[in-house]
Structures are given as C-alpha cells and as structure tokens.
Design a protein around this ligand. Structure first.
Ligand SMILES: [Zn+2]
Length: 120
C-alpha cells in the first residue's frame, strides 16, 4: 500500500537499522537494478493503523510496519520500485492523505517481495 508521505514528529522517527533491512535492500538492488540504499524502515510504527493498513511504503524510500508485521518489509520494498519510477498515483484519500491500493501494484509488490525473500 502507498500512503502520501508526511513529515513525522521527531518521536515518531524511530528508524530501525538492522541486518534484515541491509539484506533486503541489497537483494532489492540486485533484483531490480535500482538503488535502495536510501530506504528508511519505521518498525513498530503507529502510522499504518491510521490508514487501515498493517504496513505501507511512501516517498520511494520510507517503509512503515506496525508491531508484529516485520515480514511485510519484503512486500513494502517491492512497492518502492514503482514509487521510485513515479508510477504511483492516488486511488483515494484516507484521513486526509492520498493512498493507493491498486491491485496490480499490490501484485507487483508481492512478486518482488517474494523474490527478495527467496534470495535471503
Ligand atoms: Zn501492498
């Protein structure tokens, strides 16, 4: 899922640096040929629940996963490819922010995410 990027309050900006993120970023780069080194992972984020989601990706470089949803990292990195290619427009608005849950983009994110997962 995509949710329009917003500037977060400082206390919300808990960026997780982890070996899992490093592996996912490295493999995403190998699989897509694109650079994902700028990706930030907001783990245990309270943001997705505001948009009726478990997780989402935004701005081509930011992933939010709610508590217990670490495995969504793979799928959400898959979404960043389309975002980096500027292929994501809004399909609606939730809580004042543009969102996109287009089925074709969801399938693409699943496909890339599964490839990354298998390569780790
Ligand atoms: Zn998705």
């Amino acid at each position: 899922m995509y949710v329009e990027k917003k500037k977060l309050a400082k206390e919300q900006s808990v960026i997780q640096r982890s070996s899992l993120l490093s592996s996912v970023v490295d493999n995403a780069t190998k699989i897509t040929g694109m650079n994902f080194s700028d990706v930030s992972w907001f783990r245990n984020s309270s943001e997705p629940a505001k948009y009726n989601a478990h997780s989402y990706a935004t701005g081509g470089n930011e992933i939010h996963t709610s508590s217990g949803r670490d495995n969504d990292l793979f799928h959400e990195v898959g979404h960043l490819k389309a975002q980096k290619e500027n292929r994501v427009s809004s399909t609606g608005t939730i809580s004042g922010r543009a969102v996109n849950d287009n089925p074709a983009l969801e399938a693409e994110a699943d496909n890339i995410g599964n490839k990354i997962k298998q390569s780790i």
